[in-house]
Design a protein around this ligand. Structure first.
Ligand SMILES: [Zn+2]
Length: 131
């Protein structure tokens, strides 16, 4: 559904640095955002990222978020109380990640959307090509 990884520093993705974000991580982040001060949310999101050196600087930690599904194939629909398709929900989570990252100068979040083209693998190739 959503993935986060460190993409800065070299042109190629470093697979050993990639750490998938689990569904429970996403739910925990949402719960924290709704119930705790923003710095608690930022601390939790930081804990999901690879360790970095103390000499890090502005925008050093780059997070690429690829939103699951697309505007035409929106995925499963969750009825009340969610009332959203997966695409709508994922888009909101991505938007929230950008908003939360704005509290931390070191974290830069960029959101990517899959285009509604023929096959899943072409969508993935296309969206990864945007980075
Ligand atoms: Zn899905």
């Amino acid at each position: 559904m959503l993935g986060a990884g460190r993409v800065g520093g070299s042109a190629k993705l470093n697979s050993t640095a990639m750490k998938p974000v689990s569904k429970s991580d996403v739910w925990k982040a949402i719960w924290l955002a709704e119930n705790k001060p923003m710095d608690k949310v930022v601390d939790f999101l930081r804990s999901l990222l690879p360790q970095y050196s103390p000499s890090s600087s502005k925008g050093r930690i780059k997070v690429a978020v690829v939103v699951g599904h697309n505007s035409k194939a929106t995925g499963a629909y969750a009825p009340h109380p969610v009332g959203k398709s997966e695409f709508e929900f994922n888009s909101l989570v991505a938007k929230e990640m950008v908003a939360l990252a704005s509290y931390d100068d070191e974290i830069q979040v960029k959101v990517f959307y899959r285009k509604p083209i023929s096959s899943y693998s072409l969508q993935i190739d296309e969206v990864y090509g945007q980075g």
